[in-house]
Design a protein around this ligand. Structure first.
Ligand SMILES: Cc1ncc(COP(=O)(O)O)c(C=O)c1O
Length: 408
């Protein structure tokens, strides 16, 4: 009989799904560092370092670059509820489950929503977006960068400029691409971008980096209504509508991360250590090297899957580099294959949602797992499972093709 009092001792799984992935050991070590009080000068110095470290990761000079305590969704919700008040018009670029998540959060906020849609496996062309903005005149335009549900990455060069020209603020969910594909907040001209640690940044979930342009910050501070018990003379109150959440009130969170150090929440110390270590590792590796490593891993995975005779899902031009969708072949039980991968090889691959449920697997190579040997091991294991499930395939071809695609 197993006891619930035994020490945590999870199996050593290789997490090759769409995230979470295995955290870099340096991140896990950083998380075990001693705790500090949230106003300890050593700790506030770490907070300031985090702000500096995430600016290049987001491709920005934005002063307001910091962390939201919570999973990636917490930063999405904080952004939308702080930008949008009930009745505001918001245009959502919708090409998968996470575009639908944006509309779901905005519905709860009471926004007037319109979507510009692409079928799952495709992205939205910028001219369609421009036309939709002209027709709807939204206050905010929201999109996902890489939607893990479909494995597609929405092209964002020019996105922010289109929004600015129309007088709209822009929001991008970069949870699944940050640290793996280029995030260019300033070049894209976007106002708010958010991420998460558990994918290409190679950390655990539970902290969500965010960057906010001065323009968006001004708008957020115009809605500053500091909670009564912590009001101070140096916090001028805004005339705009009160933000509809206390925990996700970015005006208060920004006052906490500023030199004002407003006493809002208690910063999640160990998660801040993790987020800091993730950014340090990224910048030590060099962002271009890191993007190239993810691109190689994606290319090798795709080549290997195709060499097995499988069909890769979605539009090749806009594929995310760090996660690949692949059709489950006819006559093969998708969930049985995933179970056997886990039980016999200790490898996790992803299932999918909505119209793709039961039709594709999603196989990732992100962060600490975007490595040649991990891609090859995953392909070798999948080949063995598929062969013994009765799928006929050329033996060894997947690993050979992946090695070749990776390049010596
Ligand atoms: C594109 C995208 N956005 C948001 C999320 C939600 O992240 P979390 O589960 O950390 O809240 C995910 C998670 O898979 C994601 O892939």
């Amino acid at each position: 009989m197993t006891s619930s009092f035994r020490q945590i001792d999870p199996p050593q799984r290789l997490l090759m799904g769409p995230g979470p992935v295995n955290a870099h050991p340096r991140v896990l070590r950083a998380m075990s560092a001693d705790l500090l009080g949230q106003y300890d000068p050593e700790f506030t110095a770490y907070m300031n370092e985090v702000m500096g470290l995430y600016r290049p990761v987001f491709g920005t000079e934005n002063r307001w670059t910091f962390l939201i305590d919570g999973t990636a969704r917490s930063a999405i919700e904080a952004s939308l509820i702080s930008l949008v008040k009930p009745g505001d018009r918001v245009l959502v670029v919708n090409f998968g489950r996470f575009g639908l998540l944006l509309t779901e959060i905005l519905t709860r906020i009471g926004a007037e929503i319109r979507t510009v849609d692409a079928e799952w496996g495709k992205t939205v062309p910028l001219d369609e977006l421009s036309a939709a903005i002209a027709a709807f005149e939204p206050k905010v335009v929201a999109t996902v960068h890489g939607d893990t549900s479909t494995t597609m990455a929405q092209p964002l060069d020019g996105f922010g400029d289109i929004c600015r020209q129309a007088g709209a603020l822009s929001y991008v969910d970069a949870t699944a691409t940050i640290g793996g594909m280029e995030i260019a907040a300033d070049r894209w001209g976007v106002d708010v971008v958010t991420g998460g640690l558990q994918k290409c940044l190679g950390g655990p979930s539970g902290s969500a980096p965010i960057t906010i342009s001065n323009r968006a910050a001004e708008h957020i501070f115009s809605r500053r209504h500091t909670e009564l018990g912590i009001q101070r003379d140096d916090l001028e109150q805004g005339s705009g509508a009160r933000i509809g959440s206390n925990y996700f009130d970015l005006a208060m969170v920004m006052d906490y991360w500023s030199e004002k150090r407003l006493n809002h929440h208690t910063e999640a110390t160990s998660m801040l250590y993790a987020a800091r270590e993730c950014a340090c590792i990224c910048l030590e590796e060099g962002l271009p090297n890191r993007f190239a490593r993810h691109a190689k891993a994606g290319k090798a995975m795709t080549a290997g899957l195709r060499a097995m005779g499988l069909t890769v899902f979605g539009d090749d031009t806009y594929r995310m580099t760090n996660v690949t969708g692949v059709y489950i072949p006819d006559g093969i039980e998708g969930e049985r294959v995933r179970t056997r991968m886990r039980e016999e090889f200790e490898i996790e691959i992803g299932t999918s949602f909505g119209p793709l449920q039961g039709r594709i697997w999603r196989i990732g190579a992100m962060g600490y797992n975007a490595m040649k040997h991990k891609v090859l091991i995953t392909l070798g294991a999948l080949e063995a499972v598929l062969r013994t499930e009765g799928f006929s395939l050329p033996s060894g071809a997947a690993v050979d093709a992946a090695m070749e695609a990776w390049g010596a």
